[in-house]
Design a protein around this ligand. Structure first.
Ligand SMILES: NC(=O)c1ccc[n+]([C@@H]2O[C@H](COP(=O)([O-])OP(=O)(O)OC[C@H]3O[C@@H](n4cnc5c(N)ncnc54)[C@H](OP(=O)(O)O)[C@@H]3O)[C@@H](O)[C@H]2O)c1
Ligand SMILES: O=P(O)(O)OC[C@H](O)CO
Length: 310
């Protein structure tokens, strides 16, 4: 299948699934946006699709995979995952879960600095689609690319996905930084130190270091850590105002994957002996063990070290 795909089924009618559906529709694809609440038969909309997109949050990935395994997809269907999270049970990324479940299907990751509300307004943005199968990546590239949405490809799906996943933890820290009005120097220091922390974890989990310096790593870090549109940033910002995590999540519009990702990341870091000082403080903050101000103090009073150590 070359050029623009004709039939796209998007599983998950949340903010991101809806935005991706609109992008594909504007490119003249036939788009089915499927939600658990739509009442539509999933089998009928996936079995006719050239591309099946999973735009569900990480907690929805295992049940979605289970449904599709029961249905059985036609050979050659391209699977595209747009989730940015870590599975709390296995600690795996969505790419890993999809790969294990559908080893013989072309699998593509989409990740980048993509705040859906900006894309919905028609503002220009760029993203990355990544796959070990270049033809599948190119098909997805043409499926979504437009003058408003520039789509790059690469062949590091894990690194691409982990950039988008790990930056959510940093976005919570960034929201705290802004909420406490710590200033531009502090924000710059935080984001600059966040990137090597992401690289350390991301490469330990199989991503390539260079990928984290691209759109799906640094690009998404900058977008999410600087925008009040980010749900993860909002969590950090509101924690800094003294709200409890439970209060924040109750009022939050949509999913903040970083809350779960932080917890899983701390487990991974413990198992693999990875140095993740920012994530540790975000975790303690989310657990209610320390205040936002104490988290900042803890980061500032660590042993002095060489800039490029560990
Ligand atoms: N919003 C963005 O700007 C953006 C951009 C890039 C990436 N992402 C990523 O895309 C993913 C979805 O984000 P979102 O913004 O669309 O979230 P959202 O608006 O909160 O929607 C949640 C989505 O997850 C699905 N879901 C939740 N629990 C599920 C379960 N138990 N079983 C099956 N499906 C379940 C929902 O499916 P139903 O429709 O069936 O309810 C819905 O599609 C996240 O990993 C996020 O990090 C979001
Ligand atoms: O609203 P957030 O924090 O999930 O961020 C949305 C996207 O991941 C930004 O690229």
């Amino acid at each position: 299948m070359n050029g623009k795909a004709k039939v796209v089924t998007i599983i998950g009618a949340g903010a991101w699934g809806t935005t991706l559906g609109n992008l594909a529709f504007q490119n003249r694809s036939s788009v089915y946006l499927w939600s658990r609440h739509s009442g539509e038969d999933l089998r009928s909309v996936v079995c006719t699709a050239d591309v099946v997109v999973s735009a569900v949050s990480i907690k929805g990935v295992p049940p979605t995979i289970e449904k599709l395994q029961k249905i059985g997809l036609p050979e050659g269907t391209i699977l595209l995952t747009a989730t940015k999270g870590l599975d709390p049970v296995t600690t795996k990324t969505a790419f890993h879960l999809w790969r294990e479940a559908f080893p013989n299907f072309p699998l593509v990751v989409l990740s980048g600095p993509n705040l859906s509300k900006e894309i919905d307004r028609g503002l220009p943005a760029a993203t990355v689609v990544s796959s070990y199968e270049k033809t599948a990546a190119e098909t997805v590239q043409f499926l979504f690319a437009s003058e408003k949405f520039r789509v790059y490809i690469n062949d590091d799906p894990l690194g691409t996905e982990l950039g988008g996943t790990l930056k959510n933890v940093m976005a919570i820290a960034s929201g705290v930084c802004d909420g406490l009005q710590l200033g531009t120097n502090a924000k710059s220091a935080l984001l600059t130190r966040a990137l090597p922390e992401m690289v350390r974890v991301g490469t330990a989990l199989g991503g390539r270091a260079e990928t984290f310096f691209g759109l799906s790593g640094l690009g998404d870090l900058l977008a999410t850590c600087n925008s009040p549109l980010s749900r993860n940033y909002q969590v950090g910002y509101q924690l800094s105002l003294g709200l409890s995590l439970a209060e924040i999540l109750e009022r939050l519009e949509g999913t903040a994957e970083g809350v779960n990702t932080t917890e899983v990341l701390i487990r991974i870091a413990g198992d693999k002996n990875l140095y993740v000082p920012i994530a540790v403080q975000v975790h303690r903050l989310l657990q209610g063990e320390i205040t936002p101000a104490e988290a900042v103090t803890e980061l500032m009073r660590r042993d002095l070290k060489s800039e490029f150590d560990r």
